[in-house]
Design a protein around this ligand. Structure first.
Ligand code: F3S
Length: 395
């Protein structure tokens, strides 16, 4: 791989031990994937933030780097943490867990990382431009930035994203290259897509079919950015789709040639069956929305739906601290809390220890959450649209 003089210096340890170790990791990755050079990144999003995911070894690794003076070179955000960093006590997160999580956040802060912990950084102040090279980790954020924004990122692991943040570059391979962004299969959709959960079911179904290929959707019609984030998140979870194109909806679709590609048909029956397969429970102990983290539009819509109601069981909506602040100023939080709900920031149902908090059956409207909750959190899942979930909470 061709390295610049500055990069040779990083490799030779002239910028310190941490930079050397992390730059070596990037060079190794580049060698494995045949990158010819490093490219500067505009921003980074680092996964591996929850104490539940990284445990003591991850915490020690981060504290070691922070104590050696490691600092990021570009705008860097974090994936969701294991708890709401302000309201963890009120929400019932265990104290021991909280103490470890706080140490993790402090190590990141010392490295100059913005401790906004979210899988929707593009809604919270980290918005790349079309064509910009970035190094993001969380699979739904990777899908959204590649597909809906048209930025360019591979799906980074926690260490390679941290390396990109501290070195300011990433190896130029995979989805950074124009030739690797072409569709490989067409998904022709003939089904009703009314709710965000329908997009989650569609994404789950197509992800299972196409695995790690790049799909090109026809027939979706209209979709807002919340629905496109639900679609991409589910596809990245059931398959390994890091980029999709959708006719008349995503920015690179118009310049893609789909002639001669294999086509899969997606029918209403396929989506109905997906709902059926993902449902393993009947009545939820708790409903958790906001996977990926909710936009202001989603919080506002929930507030309108629960206004004046008194819910028998809890409903949470997960979001970034930034969106929570905006929702607070608009009175949505007051409305949701008056109905018995909570707007939970910094975390999500999958990376928080909900199984230790007395919940066994969780209701979700996200195909991605429905995919992960049984394995990660030992939950039975109730997967429906938000209206049906609220109806079931009342039973
Ligand atoms: Fe985000 Fe957690 Fe879902 S990280 S995409 S809310 S599983």
């Amino acid at each position: 791989m061709h390295l610049t003089a500055d990069q040779e210096n990083m490799l030779n340890g002239e910028n310190g031990e941490v930079v050397e170790r992390l730059f070596r990791l990037l060079v190794r990755l580049g060698d494995i994937y045949g990158a010819e050079q490093m490219i500067p990144v505009g921003s980074v999003q680092v996964a591996g933030v929850s104490y539940k995911s990284i445990g003591d070894p991850g915490l020690e690794f981060l504290e070691d780097f922070a104590s050696k003076g490691a600092k990021v070179k570009v705008l860097t955000y974090l994936n969701p943490a294991g708890m709401d960093l302000e309201n963890w006590q009120e929400l019932g997160f265990p104290r021991d867990f909280a103490e470890h999580q706080i140490r993790i956040m402090e190590a990141f802060r010392q490295m100059g990382i913005v401790t906004t912990a979210t899988c929707t950084p593009y809604l919270a102040g980290n918005l790349p431009r079309f064509g910009e090279h970035i190094a993001w980790s969380e699979s739904s954020a990777v899908s959204f930035s590649n597909s809906v924004i048209g930025a360019r990122t591979n799906r980074e692991g926690g260490p390679s994203a941290l390396a990109a943040a501290i070195c300011g570059v990433t190896p130029n391979y995979g989805l950074h290259l124009e030739e690797n962004r072409k569709p490989e299969i067409v998904a022709k959709v003939d089904a009703e897509l009314a709710y965000n959960s329908d997009f989650g079911a569609l994404g789950y179904y197509v992800g299972k079919q196409v695995k790690n290929k790049i799909p090109y959707f026809k027939g979706i019609g209209q979709a807002n950015t919340d629905q496109l984030k639900a679609l991409g998140a589910a596809m990245a979870a059931s398959g390994a789709v890091a980029l999709y194109h959708a006719e008349n909806l995503t920015p690179e679709a118009g310049r893609m040639d789909i002639g001669g590609l294999e086509t899969i048909d997606v029918t209403q029956g396929d989506l109905d069956e997906t709902y059926e397969n993902l449902n393993t429970g009947e009545l939820p102990d708790i409903v958790i929305l906001g996977c990926p983290h909710a936009s202001l539009r989603e919080i506002s819509s929930l507030a309108a739906k629960v206004k004046g109601k008194s819910l028998k069981k809890p409903i949470w909506i997960c979001t970034s601290r930034v969106m929570k602040g905006a929702a607070d100023r608009l009175g949505y939080i007051e409305t949701i809390e008056a109905a018995g709900g909570k707007v939970v920031a910094d975390t999500c149902m999958v990376v928080s220890p909900i199984e230790e908090m007395g919940y066994a059956t969780t209701g979700v409207n996200s195909g991605k959450a429905a995919n992960y909750l049984p394995g990660f959190c030992k939950q039975d899942v109730v997967f429906y649209n938000v209206d049906e979930l609220i109806r079931r909470l009342a039973q």
